[in-house]
Design a protein around this ligand. Structure first.
Ligand code: FSX
Ligand code: SF4
Ligand code: F3S
Length: 381
């Protein structure tokens, strides 16, 4: 059996198992789509696009559609730690609901502090109930970093005054899978930037279970929903890169798929914001674009109904899906030049003079990352 056949068989078995369960919610997805004027044809088109975004062959498209329909069997608990809620906003803030946002409504969202109607004691009870009722089955999404200094007391949530650290340990204990949504949960984000007074840490440095990291401040709705879809389809985590980001979303550099790449190659650069080059859509590298060092699918998937992404809007990428980008990628409107990247410090030690001797763009972060990943893999084997 080929790898794809095995994956397909796994997916079919998983979806059949979910379909046999009673839905937690009562309105079928088809009715929700119809109420929003989304046709079956649009839905099938969405399934095909999501299949390609997930780097799966098109034969999986009907299974993506099926997975969306049975998403109401999967309980989701969504926590907010230290962050700005931009990740939730990325998903829900659009002028009309997309299939991605409707899916977020269709999956059984058991707890989400900014979206649920309950407050106070009732909200706490909802969480306690969900943790008990769906033990071992729920998907845990975490937005935000966990402050750990002072016994974790820089962050307390709810009327019982539990710290973020206590909540994350309790909720992670019986989760079927854990997703860190956004750079704060994945890598610490802005609150972990120097001097990090609250000793804020990413989720995977506070708990010991495996965590999928969705870098991006915020990540796109496609990367959030695609990750949920992958879990619904296969019941497991997707293949991950060296920072535990799904390869289907973070496998290529922003620079590799940027529509201004031809300008970069031709040496056509914006010299100041608003100049003639800016009007012509020249490359933003000299204006500090960090696309050459950043792994994300922003140019192909974009944000907000596929409307735009930073470079298309006229500003360089600030590297928001990379670990420690607030410290390593700043100043955001100045190019890095030969400065080494903090997230690749270990690599810099390992590769020594090689990285420091080449121009950063010339060597390409990817080459460095691949060498490190290979080294890491060999260590694990
Ligand atoms: Fe962080 Fe998400 Fe940036 Fe904000 O909450 S990734 S600060 S967009 O919203 O966690
Ligand atoms: Fe695009 Fe930035 Fe690369 Fe220029 S440097 S091609 S703007 S990603
Ligand atoms: Fe972030 Fe760069 Fe994409 S700033 S949103 S990774 S283009």
């Amino acid at each position: 059996m080929s790898d794809y056949q095995a994956l397909m068989a796994r997916c079919e078995a998983r979806l059949a198992q979910l379909a046999a369960q009673a839905p937690i919610k009562t309105t079928p997805l088809a009715e929700k789509l119809e109420a929003e004027g989304i046709s079956r044809r649009d839905f099938m088109k969405w399934s095909a696009l999501t299949t390609t975004a997930l780097a799966l062959p098109l034969q999986f498209a009907p299974m993506v559609a099926k997975a969306a329909e049975v998403a109401d069997r999967v309980p989701l608990i969504w926590l907010h730690m230290a962050e700005c809620t931009g990740c939730s906003e990325s998903l829900i803030r659009c002028d009309t609901p997309t299939i991605d946002t409707l899916l977020f409504d269709h999956i059984s969202l058991e707890y989400h502090e900014t979206l649920m109607a309950a407050a106070g004691w009732q909200a706490e009870e909802n969480l306690e109930h969900a943790l008990e009722a769906y033990k071992g089955q729920y998907l845990l999404a975490v937005e935000g970093a966990i402050p750990t200094a002072n016994g974790g007391h820089y962050l307390t949530v709810g009327c019982k005054g539990h710290t973020g650290m206590e909540i994350i340990h309790e909720t992670a204990a019986n989760a079927a899978a854990i997703v860190s949504v956004g750079t704060c949960a994945a890598f610490g984000g802005v609150q972990a930037a120097a001097p990090n007074p609250t000793d804020a840490r990413p989720v995977d440095r506070v708990i010991s279970q495996p965590v999928v990291n969705l870098g991006g401040c915020p990540p796109s709705e496609k990367n959030i929903v695609g990750t949920l879809m992958y879990f619904i389809m296969f019941g497991k985590l997707p293949p991950l890169d060296m920072f535990n980001r799904p390869k289907w979303a973070y496998g290529a550099r922003v620079h590799d798929n940027c529509e201004r790449r031809g300008r970069f190659d031709a040496g056509e650069f914006v010299e100041t914001f608003g100049d003639e080059g800016a009007k012509e859509g020249y490359c933003l590298y000299k204006m500090g674009c960090k696309g050459p060092y950043t792994y994300n699918n922003c140019p192909t998937e974009r944000f907000n109904h596929h409307v735009s992404w930073p470079v298309l809007a006229g500003h360089g990428c600030i590297g928001c899906s990379e670990p420690n980008f607030w410290d390593t990628m700043a100043d955001f409107e100045t190019s890095l030049g030969r400065r080494e990247l903090h997230s690749l410090d270990k690599t810099a030690d390992f590769i020594g003079g090689a990285i420091l001797g080449a121009t950063v763009v010339g060597i390409g972060a990817h080459a460095v990352a691949s060498i490190f990943a290979k080294d890491n893999k060999e260590e694990q084997e």
